[in-house]
Write a protein that binds this ligand. Sequence first.
Ligand SMILES: NC(=O)c1ccc[n+]([C@@H]2O[C@H](COP(=O)([O-])OP(=O)(O)OC[C@H]3O[C@@H](n4cnc5c(N)ncnc54)[C@H](OP(=O)(O)O)[C@@H]3O)[C@@H](O)[C@H]2O)c1
Length: 341
Amino acid sequence: MKYNFLGNTGLVVSELCFGTMTFGGKGYWEAIGKIQQQGVNDLVKMAVGSGINFIDTANVYSYGESEKLLGQSIKDLAINRHDLVIATKVRGRMSEGLNNVGLSRYHIFQSVDESLQRLQMDHIDMLYVHGVDPKTPVEEIVRSLNDIVLTGKVRYIAVCNWPAWMVMKAIGIAKQHGWNQFAGMQYYYSLAGRDIEREILPLALDQNLAVMPWSPLAGGFLSGKYTRNNEKAGDSRRDSFDFPPVNKEKAYDIIDVLAEIGKQHNVSVAEIALAWVRQQKGITSTIIGAKNTDQLQANIKSTEVQLTEDDLKKIDEVSALRKEYPGWMVERQSADREIKS
Ligand SMILES: NC(=O)c1ccc[n+]([C@@H]2O[C@H](COP(=O)([O-])OP(=O)(O)OC[C@H]3O[C@@H](n4cnc5c(N)ncnc54)[C@H](OP(=O)(O)O)[C@@H]3O)[C@@H](O)[C@H]2O)c1
């Protein structure tokens, strides 16, 4: 396992982060995973044993069950809390209560207290806003995030799933007031969904923000078990829903190329797909998910795969984004600022 500094901070995290969305199995999350305490302990033990020090959960995963199971596993396994970087999130609806949702100051403060209780911890290392709240002004969100850090209950703040302009607006507000700023960003990024290359990755590189890709296997689609002739894998999350949404025809073409490269490296399609995300510029820690220890072991092993220039070129040819405006105009106009030798 290798380690990286997290963006513009002195914090060190493993190049893989362990995602816990498969823990619990309540409500919407039932189809994603129903892992209970013993299974959770086995997975956390394997992740931490492999050198992973970064673990990702959310208040909303299985309505708090994921946080509870994770916190208990750290106790059960007697893992030193200070050897871990624990990330959780706020935004999702936690009950029918009028204010038990969103990014108001009210909900951010309430949510952090409840997460800490479920995790059995006295601080959260990284608190992400889990998405956009169109009703709370960005100024209120940024100020509340600054203030929650000042309470000592949260060490770093970060953002998921916001459009680039809104992230930059929040950074501008924080800078103007000397408030705590986002240290990193968590976005969907896989070979079947390279959209963040348009605006989000350039923003991250410009502002030196850490990038933590989620669903690097497109929710399992890029694991190798789905093919044109086998669209159901049995007891798998994507059998019942298409999230993140995938353009299947294009994804099958990508899987064909990954399978060919996998054969040359003697590893699975999943390992090649994960190695690709890990090797992209600006990526800090790829958030892997697993429903059992076999999957987790395979995904951890992907860190041993080093794709060659030739592999990367072949993968890019089949998966690159269609050029969109203003990207193609930026590319054209940048060309005449190159110094010709
Ligand atoms: N911020 C956000 O909005 C957001 C959104 C989503 C996720 N996340 C975070 O990102 C983490 C990872 O997301 P994800 O679980 O969607 O990641 P993923 O790697 O795209 O999908 C993981 C799923 O793929 C299947 N799988 C994984 N490894 C496999 C292998 N080696 N062979 C065969 N199948 C395999 C398993 O599901 P099946 O066995 O059911 O096929 C597993 O649960 C989550 O736990 C969460 O922490 C964040």
